[in-house]
Design a protein around this ligand. Structure first.
Ligand code: 13P
Ligand code: SF4
Length: 396
């Protein structure tokens, strides 16, 4: 599954005034260059092995008991193993996109949040719930976008453009968020940037260049883009997708916006993981080609039984394939390390409180924006409620 050829990711920004001394190249197979986190190769090496059925059942029973004993709730991302998703659902936790994971953890009464996902998701949970204990099955589970946006280079980028509003994707470290005006996830990036653009603000965007380019193309905003990318989505191939569509002309194409422009351009729906599931349920089609981590297919099949989901083509099988449409860091979450973190309190996210407070401001802004947007959306569907919502509004 894992290919040993090193991938080089250049993190530079597209700007005429670009300072060549600030260009960086990160090698995700070198732990040192990756900032001490787990490289791609190390991640694949740490992916839990398949366990015999009886051991899996024992571990699941143990996890259920430990969640109760520790007053804990399991918050999982759609890309983690299907058995972890099942456990989260059946124990009253949640399986969601990164926006909903953040909201769910913040609002849940449990004193311990167990985040099955990657590091930035655990950090976001801790930032929003500093009084709760936040555990992760493996703290080394990171993200190529986070790795590719180190604080020093990012700060220099911000310092060079003080006139711009700094918008960072949720897939970043707490330290990078602390330097930002806004945090966004893929579920809300378009709406927030469109709003900032309407208010005349110029944007400095980091780290995902494809999501940034997509948001720019949809909103017309003036955006300066950091050149990071997602190891998984960057592998989807436009030309091969065209060939696959020719084989399945009736299929609708669902694409996560971290994918390259040639793939996004062929999409019927571009959206976050939750938005892709919603589209699979609501669109009048039987076949879907899906360009995102294949972990999502588990929930898609549950949500839309009887429909057929086909994985979009990647560089799979070639020498450059690093993920074959599955995130190596998400794959590090397993039953053994999940039980272990609950049993021993291992894998706890610890954040400097001052940094946490600083990083919370852009996330709170995003969540407040989402709450206002959701109220507006609901208002258009329910007349009785609309009347109540607008009762305090005077004449224009
Ligand atoms: P979502 O916010 O759509 O869940 O995406 C998170 C992510 O890491 C996608 O690769
Ligand atoms: Fe990061 Fe990509 Fe993995 Fe999502 S799928 S966590 S963006 S590397």
């Amino acid at each position: 599954f894992f290919c040993s050829k090193n991938a080089q990711y250049e993190h530079k920004w597209t700007d005429d005034r670009m300072n060549p001394t600030l260009l960086r190249t990160f090698d995700f197979d070198s732990p040192t260059a990756a900032g001490g986190s787990c490289s791609v190769g190390q991640a694949w090496a740490k992916v839990p092995e398949d366990l015999p059925g009886q051991r899996r059942d024992e571990l699941k029973a143990r996890i259920r008991t430990l969640l109760r004993r520790e007053n804990a709730v399991l918050v999982a991302h759609y890309y983690v193993d299907a058995e972890l998703q099942e456990l989260a659902d059946e124990t009253g936790g949640c399986v969601a996109d990164s926006l909903e994971m953040a909201r769910f953890g913040r609002d849940h009464a449990a004193s311990t949040l167990v985040v099955a996902g990657v590091r930035f998701m655990g950090e976001t949970a801790k930032i929003l719930s500093p009084g709760k204990r936040v555990l992760m099955p493996d703290l080394d589970a990171t993200c190529s976008l986070d790795l590719g946006c180190p604080l020093d280079a990012f700060s220099a980028f911000c310092d060079a453009h003080p006139d711009r509003t700094v918008v960072v994707y949720a897939n970043t470290s707490a330290a990078v968020k602390a330097r930002a005006d806004w945090a966004v996830t893929s579920a809300i990036a378009l709406d927030i940037v469109a709003d900032l653009h309407a208010r005349g603000e110029k944007i400095l965007w980091a780290p995902d260049r494809h999501l940034g380019a997509y948001v720019q193309s949809q909103t017309g905003a003036d955006m300066l883009l950091w050149q990071g990318s997602c190891l998984v989505h960057d592998e989807f191939k436009g030309m091969e997708l065209e060939l696959l569509r020719a084989e399945y002309p009736q299929a609708k194409v669902l694409v996560h916006p971290e994918s390259p422009p040639a793939v996004v351009a062929q999409a019927d729906v571009v959206g976050s993981t939750s938005q892709m599931i919603k589209a699979a349920c609501e669109l009048d089609a039987t076949h879907f080609i899906v360009a995102t981590d294949q972990g999502l297919l588990y929930k898609m099949r549950l949500a839309a039984p009887g429909k057929v989901f086909i994985a979009a083509p990647t560089a799979g099988g070639s020498a450059t394939c690093k993920s074959c449409a599955h995130c190596p860091w998400m794959a590090m979450n397993g039953l053994e390390n999940l039980a272990g973190c609950l049993e021993r309190g291992a894998g706890e996210i610890l954040l400097d409180p001052a940094l946490g407070r600083q990083a919370r401001r852009p996330i709170d802004r995003m969540l407040d924006f989402a709450a206002r947007r959701d109220r507006r959306v609901k208002a258009s569907g329910d007349l009785a409620r609309d009347a109540a919502l607008f009762s305090a509004v005077g004449p224009a």
